[in-house]
Design a protein around this ligand. Structure first.
Ligand code: THG
Length: 368
């Protein structure tokens, strides 16, 4: 069966790097925040092994920015997240679960503090700009909420530091995890952060003028040649093994941050002003009913389906699989699943009802 194609139109916005991505031989895209996100270049498995041993350049411009600027910026940010932002420093990135009035996840962005009155929210796949604009207008905050011309480009993998140091200078090596620094290249300022959607280490470079996208790409590729750099993208196998969650796949508005294992990024009691705070305090008192876990599924070559696969123990519902991939390194199918509390202990034997039939699986902790 020939899989269906994705019809791309202008609504599916391209990026300042799209031409280079095409030239690099992209084989598959997904749509993320209404934009093109390259997912495969050689093959999922080949890209996976390359990412683990070399360096890749990723067009992640679809991680769109919501800029909040003005005297009430910090107050508006704290309205958005149960993470306590009161000690956040300029130059820090925070992974910030964002919730609605019921405590349901509406996004899990990375927030950057550029100045006391200026933040970027680097969003996952939901229309957060509209929520932030609505809240700021409804609460009459003294801020401007905009989408700036900013596009993240990631360099990921064990050789990423060498590549970024070759482009921006040795000073880049001293940037700590989830910190950023403004750096100059050919007279242009870039925000260079040690972060990214892989567990292999690396940087995210925030381009601040689309006109310079292709020259930035070319400079990185040229500097990366001695390190074997290639184009890549967020890799399904690597992110499932690493336990990196994907909004819209592994969690939706029906999940609390605690169910998503993001409780460690919430200080709900201290996050005074946070929308959904009362609901989340109730969740903390009662404890979550279900939680994100890893699974090792005894199966190979499972086809993708639109519906999540149910997880059962005997006749009982035990959860659902939300992301999965064959791991050529671990030689098992690895998965991210939402597992009910009676079954979430690591080591628990469960059954995953795959499109190829029921398969035995084991609950494990993430990352694998
Ligand atoms: N980088 C940037 N923006 C993004 C993403 C990114 N926006 C969309 C999406 N990714 C948001 N989701 C995540 C999920 C996980 C992480 C970052 C963004 C992540 N997590 C670290 C981990 O799990 O190891 C923990 C971070 C921490 O300890 O603070 O990196 O990737 N710009």
């Amino acid at each position: 069966m020939i899989p269906p194609f994705l019809s791309i139109s202008r609504r599916t916005r391209s990026t300042p790097f799209s031409r280079r991505v095409t030239e690099a031989g992209v084989k598959a895209y997904t749509v993320y925040n209404h934009m093109l996100l390259p997912t495969v270049f050689n093959s999922l498995e080949d890209d996976y092994f390359h990412l683990r041993e070399s360096a890749q350049i990723w067009d992640v411009a679809c991680e769109r920015q919501v800029e909040v600027r003005g005297p009430d910026a910090a107050r508006l940010l704290q309205l958005l997240t149960p993470r306590d932002l009161s000690n956040m420093q300029i130059g820090q990135c925070y992974y910030t679960p964002m919730v609605d009035e019921t405590g349901g996840m509406i996004n899990d962005p990375v927030t950057l503090k550029l100045a006391d009155d200026r933040y970027w929210i680097s969003i996952a796949d939901s229309d957060l700009l509209l929520w932030v604009k609505g809240l700021s207008a409804g609460t009459r905050m003294d801020v401007a909420v905009t989408e700036p011309d900013v596009s993240p480009l990631a360099v990921q993998g064990p050789k990423a530091e060498d590549v970024v140091a070759a482009v921006f200078g040795e000073r880049a090596r001293s940037i700590k995890f989830f910190r950023f620094e403004p750096m100059l290249l050919d007279g242009q300022e870039y925000i260079v952060a040690r972060s990214g959607y892989s567990k292999q280490g690396g940087f995210e470079i925030y381009l601040q003028d689309s006109a310079y996208g292709e020259s930035l790409w070319d400079t990185i590729v040229e500097a990366g040649k001695p390190y074997g750099i290639r184009a890549g993208g967020p890799n399904l196998i690597e992110r499932v093994e690493g336990g990196l969650l994907s909004y819209g796949n592994d969690m939706t508005r029906l999940n609390t941050p605690h169910e998503c294992g993001l409780g460690k990024f919430c200080q709900t009691v201290d996050a005074i002003g946070c929308i959904g705070r009362d609901a989340l305090i109730r969740v903390i008192m009662e404890g979550p009913q279900r939680m994100i876990r890893g699974l090792k599924i005894d199966a190979q070559g499972l086809p993708f389906t639109v519906e999540p696969w149910s997880v059962t123990v005997g006749d009982a519902h035990a959860g659902q699989v939300t992301s999965s991939a064959w791991s050529p390194r671990l030689e098992t199918t690895v998965a991210i699943a939402m597992i009910e509390n009676e079954y979430w202990e690591p080591g628990t034997a469960v059954v995953v009802n795959t499109p190829s039939g029921p398969r035995e699986a084991e609950v494990v902790t993430l990352p694998l």
